[in-house]
Design a protein around this ligand. Structure first.
Ligand code: SAM
Length: 233
């Protein structure tokens, strides 16, 4: 289960009513049974159920993170497509997801949507045994989200004779620990020419993900799969 830092004090985890219900009714744990608690910020603990609380038995070492930090800027697709983007990209190791309001999708999500995506990210991180829960940023306009220091930046375009992201990652050379990758994925209607131009001006390299046109929900998954293929050993 994922816990907030304030729930852990002196080796005791004070479980919320919801967590007690989940452990007792869904997982059917009893007094003395063990479960794993995580804080989503790199720490995992083997924990024992004692009464309605958790007692930490030992800290666990979890090494499931990608060796590079990766931010995905994803133009918000219509409907509930973003739920799937958050779930799959968390499983694949994303560090940060920035929901983008692009020229062709001006769909300002409600605060409830942001809460929902954060919950999905936490659940997917638990399921994939991630050490970290990815950060889901508040939705911002594409133009106001283009300043990234110390990063390799790519913008995916479905058409044009562009270099493949796979080749760019291979030729990128060694990345230092404080560098990150930023990859931008457009909406169903694609990026506008103006968006592409401002991204290039901000240091983004236009890249292809292959010859077929991928759905806006599939493209982030393909991009992240290429990143893990290039960097994970
Ligand atoms: N309507 C657009 C068109 O016909 O050109 C296609 C948009 S596509 C459904 C949504 C987004 O996924 C694109 O903006 C791009 O970022 C990404 N994408 C999809 N297929 C891609 C590919 N083969 N190479 C690079 N990016 C791709």
């Amino acid at each position: 289960i994922a816990i907030a830092p304030s729930q852990l004090q002196a080796g005791e985890i004070s479980l919320t009513k919801e967590q007690q219900h989940y452990l007792a009714r869904v997982l059917r744990l009893r007094e003395g049974d063990r479960f794993i608690a995580m804080d989503g910020k790199g720490k995992w603990w083997l924990t024992q159920l004692v009464g309605e609380q958790g007692q930490v038995l030992e800290a666990l070492v979890v090494e499931t993170e990608l060796p590079v930090s990766i931010t995905l800027m994803v133009a918000l697709p219509k409907g509930s497509g973003f739920d799937e983007v958050v779930r799959c990209c968390t499983e694949l190791g994303v560090t940060t997801i920035a929901p983008i309001l692009s020229d062709r999708t001006l769909l300002q999500p409600s605060p409830q949507k942001l809460e929902r995506w954060r919950r999905i990210a936490a659940e997917a991180a638990e399921q994939s045994e991630r050490a970290f829960i990815p950060t889901i940023l508040e939705a911002v306009a594409f133009s106001s989200s283009l300043s990234f220091a110390n990063s390799h930046r790519y913008i995916c375009e479905a058409r044009g004779n562009l270099p493949h992201l796979k080749n760019c990652l291979q030729h990128q050379g060694q990345m230092t620990n404080d560098q990150e990758l930023v990859i931008a994925i457009g909406p169903e209607g694609g990026w506008t020419q103006q968006e592409i131009e401002s991204a290039i001006a901000a240091g983004f390299q236009p890249v292809s993900l292959g010859r077929r046109i991928l759905r806006a929900v599939t493209a982030p998954v393909v991009a992240l799969s290429l990143v893990s293929a290039a960097f994970e050993v």
